[in-house]
Design a protein around this ligand. Structure first.
Ligand code: CP
Length: 315
């Protein structure tokens, strides 16, 4: 059986193109499974998976949990807000307690970049990074590229513009790595204050003008403004107002139709309707946002299945 080149999924940066192709081909099989009347397979029976969420999540948490249950794994869930962390327990004590429960795999979201790498040095379970600060969110990028492949036949040669808060976005970084490994061209677009200075060293193009970027692209990946990573909650810091942001960088049906565009519109969620994307466009035929969510389950089933099949290394 073909195997991944890694026993953890820390980021797209560490994956080869062959790894990504293997995940996609495995996801094709699982997508067929989850559309059957009986959606469950016994592939991960007797495997225990801990979902450790130290930061809020809706899609990723639900999607992993569903993927694990479809594979017949035993699942335990941990949310920092409802845990003893609030009583002063450290990350390593939390982890040691979970370890004592003998888990085989850990899915972790954490506000600090590198937290899953820290974890991998202390436990012998396979680890999947479900988003670490502004660093990486590998399964999101995989499901995004898989959705492009499904919609347009292939990723190679496609032009993708990622629009919005690139500075704070783990989704943008993972997508840049993933799309480039698969042969797509990537542009980022947004206000100069939200585009990191180093970004051109990653081989992407930069535009500060949305209409020009949309004329160039086949796919527009819209990102939300991450107000929670910009200082005080709900405080706009990097541009004058959300209204001005929407006028300059918000994607609307009217804007696409004025440009006579046939773009595919994507968004990883959560959506801020009326800011980076209009409600009308998010719910239109241009949008594949809900296809992304559906594909997330198949991609996560594939990643879990392939990592569980990888060789255990005794530390
Ligand atoms: N796309 C994404 O990571 O969404 P959640 O924060 O809801 O998991």
């Amino acid at each position: 059986m073909a195997e991944l080149s890694t026993r953890h999924l820390m980021g797209i940066k560490q994956l080869t193109k062959e790894d990504i192709d293997l995940i996609f081909n495995t996801a094709d099989n699982f997508k067929e499974v989850i559309n059957r009347p009986i959606k469950k397979v016994p592939s991960l029976r007797d495997i225990t998976i801990a979902n450790l969420f130290f930061e809020n999540s809706t899609r990723t948490k639900l999607s992993f949990e569903l993927a694990e249950k479809r594979l017949s794994a035993d699942v335990i869930n941990f949310s920092a807000s409802a845990s003893s962390l609030s009583k002063g327990e450290t990350l390593i004590d939390t982890v040691n307690n979970i370890l004592a429960m003998k888990v085989d795999m850990v899915v972790m979201r954490h506000p600090n970049p590198g937290a899953p790498i820290f974890l991998s040095k202390h436990i012998n379970a396979n680890i999947i990074n479900a988003g670490d600060g502004a660093h990486e969110h590998p399964t999101q990028a995989l499901l995004d590229a898989y959705s492009i492949r499904e919609k347009l036949g292939q990723v190679a040669g496609k032009k993708v513009v990622i629009v919005g808060d690139i500075l704070h976005s783990r989704v943008a970084l993972s997508n840049i790595f993933c799309l480039q490994k698969l042969g797509a061209k990537v542009m980022v677009c947004g206000p100069p204050t939200l585009i990191p200075k180093y970004i051109e060293t990653l081989g992407v193009e930069v535009s500060y003008q949305l209409d020009r970027a949309l004329e160039w692209a086949d796919i527009a990946m819209m990102l939300r403004i991450q107000l929670e990573r910009q200082g005080k909650q709900n405080e706009v810091k990097y541009f004058p107002s959300l209204r001005e942001y929407h006028n300059l960088y918000g994607l609307t049906l009217e804007r696409l139709e004025r440009l006579n565009s046939k773009l595919v519109v994507m968004h990883p969620g959560p959506i801020n309707r009326g800011v980076e994307i209009s409600s009308e466009l998010a719910d239109s035929a241009y949008s594949i946002i809900l296809n992304q969510v559906e594909n997330g389950v198949a991609i996560r089933m594939a990643a879990l299945y392939l990592l569980a099949s990888s060789e255990k290394i005794e530390d």
